[in-house]
Design a protein around this ligand. Sequence first.
Ligand SMILES: Cc1ncc(COP(=O)(O)O)c(C=O)c1O
Length: 489
Amino acid sequence: MVAGIPPDPFPLELSPELMHQLVAEAGRRLVDHIVSLPGQPASYLAGTTAEAGREAARTQREPLPEEGSPLAPLLDQLFEEWVPVSLNTAGPGYLAYIPGGGLFPSAVADLIAGAVNRYVGVWAAAPALAELEANVIRWFCRMVGYPPEARGFLTTGGSLANLTAVVTARRERLPESFLGGTLYASDQVHHSVVKAAVLAGFPAAQVRRILADEHFRLPLGPLAEAVARDRRAGFSPFLVVGSAGTTNTGAVDNLVALADFAADEGLWLHVDGAYGGFFTLTARGREVLAGLDRADSVTLDPHKGLFLPYGTGSLLVRDGQALRRTHSVRADYMPPIEDSGEFTDFCEISPELSRGFRGLRVWLPMKLHGAGAFRAALDEKLDLARWATAELRRMPGVEILAEPQLSIVAFRLHPTGLTDGDELDGLNRRFLTAINARGRVYMTGTLLRGAFALRISVLSFRTHRERMEMALEDIRSAAAEVLGSPAGG
Ligand SMILES: Cc1ncc(COP(=O)(O)O)c(C=O)c1O
């Protein structure tokens, strides 16, 4: 056991023995935790444990301790009291929102990055490490089919990548006085795009959200009409955001058509591929995502499609100089900036100066496993979503609301005689609760054209056929349960 930090004239500097013990103790707990994931409930939210979550949250409120304490009781509390009252987002049964799982080598990379604590915001401060990260970005650029002049950087997630994309598009396509700028996306686009526009200085109403077509894609006709209408009204259309996998249904916009339209209209095309972009590693995904290489910028989230732990998104920009024009601001106290053209300072092309060494958490698993392992895992997710859809279709009373374009299927119970409305929505909300109460999978719902829909979102590297069979068993028995009760009760 690590006996806490001993009274010592240099208490913040651990002895080698204590460092070894600290890592060993944390490692032992972590491995126990990871191997227990499949047996853990998919969610704490069913039954009385929801209240346990509130109670555990309240125990966090305590004054800052003046003295240190031993490690073991702290880890006991963490693993035994606090982690269990959370969604099991790392487990195989997590079919909610957008899963990923969280590859263990990335967590090890975080430990190394934190312990080494080198400065990668400025190239000269850690050339090989900054370049390791730049090369991760080169891998991503190659995946989407970008040319060598493309650049990009790792963010903390898709929201910040989308924000930086909107700001870059604004700086590239609008004058300094930009308030007449308008941007376009389908009503299915992720809300982080609207948030990004607002943070970038635009009124929310100037994000024109076009009603999606029957496949939940951005329709070209209404898009063209909206742009023309805005031009006539004196606005300055500057950006269209396509989705490469929406959060609701995994819908992929027609990126080739959007690229043609954006080129004709002089608009910046950003594609939000936070969820779906990495499916370009697979042959089927590449087909669905055709045109991705023509976007001016692309968001990809490694903490989704590359199964990393939360905390890593990325923005890629086809003309890398656009990032520099948007972000470069100099200061006298800064070290020399790398301007040979061969290397890049991340602080010159992104909003941050000091930043974590995020590249390692992508690099280590990709080097350890190789791209083939990721391709196979993504292909498996495409198969699982199709298999689940075929099984759902065979269930009486189940209606498929969105076929999987990638790895999400949306569906609901729709007994004959019930039409869209509160009663049908209520039935489906109870259906979702009954599925999740079985504890083996956790799914979430959404509204599609105003109607409540359930989603199976398969993206964790830990979700395999066995867990999907459990999901379908639970869906079947939950359907029988809720259909056996009065629909409005
Ligand atoms: C399509 C899409 N875009 C953007 C985001 C935002 O990403 P993040 O949660 O990493 O900020 C998400 C999150 O689920 C998403 O699904």
